[in-house]
Design a protein around this ligand. Structure first.
Ligand SMILES: Nc1ncnc2c1ncn2[C@@H]1O[C@H](COP(=O)(O)OP(=O)(O)OP(=O)(O)O)[C@@H](O)[C@H]1O
Ligand SMILES: [Mg+2]
Length: 420
């Protein structure tokens, strides 16, 4: 690309950015107008509540403010600000006292945003919108001033009355200056317009932190639980499987020793049974080892391990893995067990014709999805497999969503943190 072409491309990019910022600033101004009209009603409801007759209106009013704040959150999300709504699941009770209502931190923050956005946000939105309109108006001044009605003959947003051809160069100059201001500052002004929303519409940092601590305490307990359950499972598998067989082997070898002198043929027969038992015990030990951390993961990585699972599945299954790095071993093992259990379920319960496994890494999280086109109706309450998936994933601070309406299809979606 030549130097001129590069400059051209950069200018086009700046213009596109300015247009995009103006679009979002205009949407912000629209929300600002709604916020502005809300304020008198809000004050009215507050006064009515103070005199004791406004309570039936308090709930619809808080709902409306939430709806406005949600609108702003959606706009900010499109601009790349991930803002979670901070509302607890339980609704605000309208019969609480005004003081208690205002003690709700997210309501206070929503109201702070409402006032700021109705003033500051609306003004900034109007400025960003006005700049390009005025730029076009001033640059084209020589074309229209003679036709415009007397009071509208002005430039620079009405600051300079314009009533002669001599002012044409000044009009063009102010227009260009305004266009330049617009191109260079529209993005910045949009950022300032967004700031109250970004700072106030998310969860209160203190509350957020205490919720996070509670959540981490719960997942830590779940991790310890999962650990204990896993240990118990391994202990049972060793006790009921390999250990029992080894006891059998010891008994058989003892019997063989006693028979060696008396009846060597019988002793040989008993030793053959002991050998079978040892081989069975070995096979069981291998199975237990595989269930702790599948060696196939170590050997072939997540993609190879999942392909191996899919090829063992009696239902035709396609696998897509888009994970350019290796995740921590425990995350990979969890993903593996999730897919293993889900595919076992597909084979056992779904009557599906096709299943699909998709694994991809995005924003430091591993997304695992297993879908089948079967009859649906998966329910964690009916067995231990899905509940086990829940426990394992929770222990990793991840999320599980099972969607399986009667009639299908079934989708198990798991998200695991895979950060280093
Ligand atoms: N893919 C699926 N399609 C249809 N139904 C399913 C599917 N997966 C699970 N189910 C239903 O959900 C129930 C619970 O599944 P879960 O894996 O928890 O237990 P399970 O497979 O019955 O037993 P196990 O404890 O051995 O896994 C199953 O009994 C089955 O009825
Ligand atoms: Mg199962």
């Amino acid at each position: 690309m030549s130097r001129e072409e590069a400059v051209d491309a950069e200018e086009r990019q700046m213009l596109r950015q300015a247009l995009r910022s103006t679009g979002y600033a205009a949407a912000g101004a629209g929300i600002g107008i709604l916020a502005l009209y809300t304020i008198p009603f809000l004050l009215l409801v507050a006064v009515l509540c103070l005199v004791g007759v406004g309570w039936p209106l308090a709930k619809p009013m808080t709902r409306w403010i939430r709806a406005l704040a949600d609108l702003e959150r959606r706009r900010l999300r499109r601009l790349g600000h991930e803002i979670e709504a901070p509302y607890p699941r339980d609704e605000l009770e309208p019969d609480r006292s005004l003081r208690a209502l205002f003690d709700t931190p997210h309501l206070r923050r929503d109201l702070g945003w409402l006032f700021l956005h109705a003033t500051w946000g609306l003004i900034l939105g109007a400025v960003v919108l006005q700049l390009p309109i005025n730029a076009v108006r001033d640059v084209t001044y020589p074309l229209w001033w003679l036709l415009a009605p007397e009071p509208d003959r002005d430039i620079l947003s009405g600051v300079i009355p314009a009533d002669s051809w001599n002012l044409a160069p000044l009009g063009v100059a102010t227009g260009i200056a305004m266009a330049a201001l617009w191109v260079f500052f529209a993005g910045k002004l949009l950022e300032y317009q967004n700031r109250p929303g970004v700072n106030l519409l998310g969860p209160d940092p203190d509350v957020d932190l205490s919720q996070r601590v509670a959540q981490l305490t719960a997942t830590r307990a779940a991790a310890l639980d999962a650990h204990a359950v896993e240990l118990r499972r391994i202990e049972r598998a060793l006790h009921d499987g390999a250990q029992n067989r080894m006891v059998g082997v010891a008994v058989l070898v003892g019997a063989a020793r006693r028979e060696v002198d008396r009846n060597p043929e019988r002793a040989d027969e008993i030793l053959a049974r002991a050998q079978d038992s040892v081989e069975d015990a070995l096979a069981e030990l291998r199975a237990v080892v595989r269930s702790i951390l599948p060696p196939v993961l170590e050997d072939r990585g997540l993609e190879g391990a999942l392909s191996a699972l899919a090829s063992d599945c009696p239902v035709p299954c396609s696998v897509t893995v888009d994970v350019p790095i290796r995740c921590p071993a425990s995350t990979e093992a969890t993903a593996y067990f999730v897919v293993a259990e889900s595919l076992t379920n597909v084979a056992k319960h779904s009557r599906a014709e096709h299943a699909e496994v998709e694994v991809r890494l995005s924003a430091g999280r591993l997304h695992v999805t297993v879908t089948d086109d079967g009859r649906g109706g998966a329910d964690a309450g009916l067995g231990s497999g899905l509940a086990g998936i829940d426990r394992r994933v929770e222990a990793h601070d991840g999320d599980v969503t099972v969607t399986s309406p009667p009639g299908g299809p079934t989708e198990i979606r798991v998200e695991l943190p895979c950060g280093s």
